[in-house]
Design a protein around this ligand. Structure first.
Ligand code: CO8
Length: 258
């Protein structure tokens, strides 16, 4: 499918999605989020795709939701259009793992988009922020909730109230990103992580993603019980037999997602 605001390049088992609105630093408008939703749906349905990487340009992952698209909207417009609700739900319902490879600005909706991914690999020039307060609004794609869970109240509150940016080093120290790599190596590192994920059993991968995400929804007791149930259920798969047999036979496993 041809897209206008993103590029989709399926490389082996990985769908590499590049946000492509350079004239607006990849600001997220309805068109871009609609196309991103379609690309994620296609990746989820494509048996050959086993992991997704979302990236932007060197200067900007995404500088936020598109301010020119939002500026004239009324409360009623937002409510009746359910602004970005379907796109956000589609994103959160993607079962395959998604890595955000962030270079440059990840601001407002851009920071929130990165946080909607399963983990973030940051380039050393990355800058994260929730500057919506400077526009007279607040985060609306999960920023107040996810950033607070990921970096804690003190930093999240300061960022939401002052609009200050966090650089890559602070983002790694605070637990927002899994690691920081040189900007020139960002795509290579993200693709390498995605390819590593693609080698595993998709059943175990989806169970792991689901359980880690449940850690943000459930009490510890509920989460432990949920994880145990998922762990037990993987013993109904051929991949569990194959993975353990391969270890004992000192060979590489051949997972078949069964
Ligand atoms: N929306 C629209 N256009 C943008 C955006 C944006 N968020 N960010 C940058 N652009 C455009 C600029 O207007 C400019 O266009 P032009 O060349 O036509 O004037 C072009 O991109 C380049 O930008 P700058 O000239 O400003 O580049 P600088 O290097 O000087 O500055 C910054 C880069 C610091 C990133 C600056 O562009 C900036 O501050 N951008 C806005 C950041 C921001 O406030 N983001 C939050 C937006 S609101 C939001 O994200 C809400 C999300 C919740 C949605 C909830 C839905 C339910």
């Amino acid at each position: 499918m041809a897209y206008e605001t993103i590029n989709v390049d399926v490389q082996g088992y990985v769908s590499l999605i590049t946000l492509n609105r350079p004239e607006a630093l990849n600001a997220l408008n309805s068109k871009l989020l609609g196309e991103l939703s379609s690309a994620l749906e296609a990746a989820d349905e494509n048996d050959k795709v086993r992991c997704v990487v979302i990236t932007g340009s060197e200067k900007a992952f995404a500088a936020g939701a598109d301010i020119s698209e939002m500026s004239d909207k009324s409360f009623v417009d937002m409510m009746t259009e359910k602004f970005f609700t379907a796109e956000s739900d589609r994103f959160n319902n993607t079962r395959k793992p998604i890595i955000a490879a962030v270079s440059g600005y990840a601001l407002g909706g851009g920071c929130e988009l990165a946080m909607m991914c399963d983990f973030i690999i940051a380039a050393d020039n990355a800058k994260f922020g929730q500057p919506e307060i400077n526009l007279g609004v607040i985060a609306g794609l999960g920023g107040t909730q996810r950033l607070t869970r990921y970096v804690g109240k003190a930093k999240s509150m300061e960022m939401h109230l002052t609009g200050r940016f966090m650089d890559a080093e602070e983002a790694e120290r605070s637990g927002l990103v899994s690691r920081v790599v040189p900007a020139k190596k960002l795509k290579e590192e993200a693709m390498s992580a995605a390819n590593k994920i693609a080698e595993k059993s998709m059943l175990a991968t989806m169970a792991a993603k689901d359980c880690v995400n449940k850690a943000y929804e459930m009490s510890l007791e509920q989460g432990l019980a949920y994880e145990r149930g998922q762990f037990y259920s993987l013993f109904a798969t051929e991949d569990q037999k194959e993975g353990m047999a391969a270890f004992l036979e000192k060979r590489e496993p051949q997972f078949r997602d069964r």
